[in-house]
Design a protein around this ligand. Structure first.
Ligand SMILES: C[S@@+](CC[C@H](N)C(=O)[O-])C[C@H]1O[C@@H](n2cnc3c(N)ncnc32)[C@H](O)[C@@H]1O
Length: 218
């Protein structure tokens, strides 16, 4: 499951994220290519492809990847070493909701993981804290409708399958849990973001079949 899921996103992270999506956010792109080298935190990094993709696309940046799954962290460290990025990418076993997570980052990302978290508000609060006044918080999560309808799209039906068989039980293994599940709609993310202290959630004009990209502001 861990590898299968990572494999589904791998091409996006290695070939689109740093080549197409991040450059389409001009102020962020400008910071990622500027000096002093930018610092990026990639929470819920899984086996590390997003951290590797960002570091490859922006050859000066330093990326800290955080995940609470031991096996994913071990695999991510192996992938980072194989990519020859040990000097700029560090992967750590951490809970993103841990308020003790410290540092100051220019970009904090969460790719397809907020909906898996038992405490999404806690994680978003930490992400806000890590970026301070000037950094960017970028979340990518499932592209689903604003509201539930019985006549849903094929993709939403597919996501509900994932939710029942994987994301919801995984997200509820730690208690207490928000119990979000795969189908995290925009109003749900907005609610979590506001509870975490953000002023607004912008939907970025980035076209992807599976994901909506959000920039959390304030
Ligand atoms: C669906 S996977 C996505 C992994 C990777 N971002 C990707 O897109 O391939 C969700 C990841 O979030 C991690 N995760 C869940 N809750 C977490 C938390 N509280 N702190 C850090 N990582 C967490 C899981 O261990 C898992 O690796």
């Amino acid at each position: 499951m861990r590898r299968g899921q990572a494999g589904m996103n791998r091409n996006l992270f290695l070939h689109q994220l740093g080549q197409e999506y991040l450059p389409a956010i001009p102020d962020l792109h400008a910071r990622l290519v500027a000096d002093p080298p930018a610092r990026v935190a990639d929470v819920g990094c899984g086996v590390g492809w997003s951290s590797i993709g960002i570091a490859r696309a922006y050859p000066a940046v330093h990326v800290d990847g955080f995940d609470l799954d031991e096996a994913s962290v071990a695999e991510a460290q192996t992938n980072v070493a194989a990519a020859g990025l040990d000097d700029r990418v560090r992967i750590e076993l951490r809970d993103a909701a841990d308020p003790a997570l410290a540092g100051r980052y220019d970009l904090v990302t969460a790719f397809e993981c907020i909906h898996d978290m038992a405490d999404p508000v806690g994680a978003l609060r930490t992400m806000r804290h890590l970026t301070g006044e000037r950094g960017t918080v970028l979340v990518a999560d499932e592209r689903v409708g604003e509201h539930f309808t019985a006549e849903s799209s094929d993709i939403e039906r597919f996501q509900y399958g994932f939710s029942v068989l994987h994301c919801l039980p995984v997200g509820m293994a730690d208690q207490p849990s928000a119990g979000t599940g795969t189908v995290m709609r925009t109003p749900t993310l907005r609610r979590y973001a506001q509870a975490a202290g953000f002023r607004d959630v912008e939907i970025l004009p980035l076209d992807n079949f599976f994901f909506t990209f959000y920039r959390l502001v304030g």
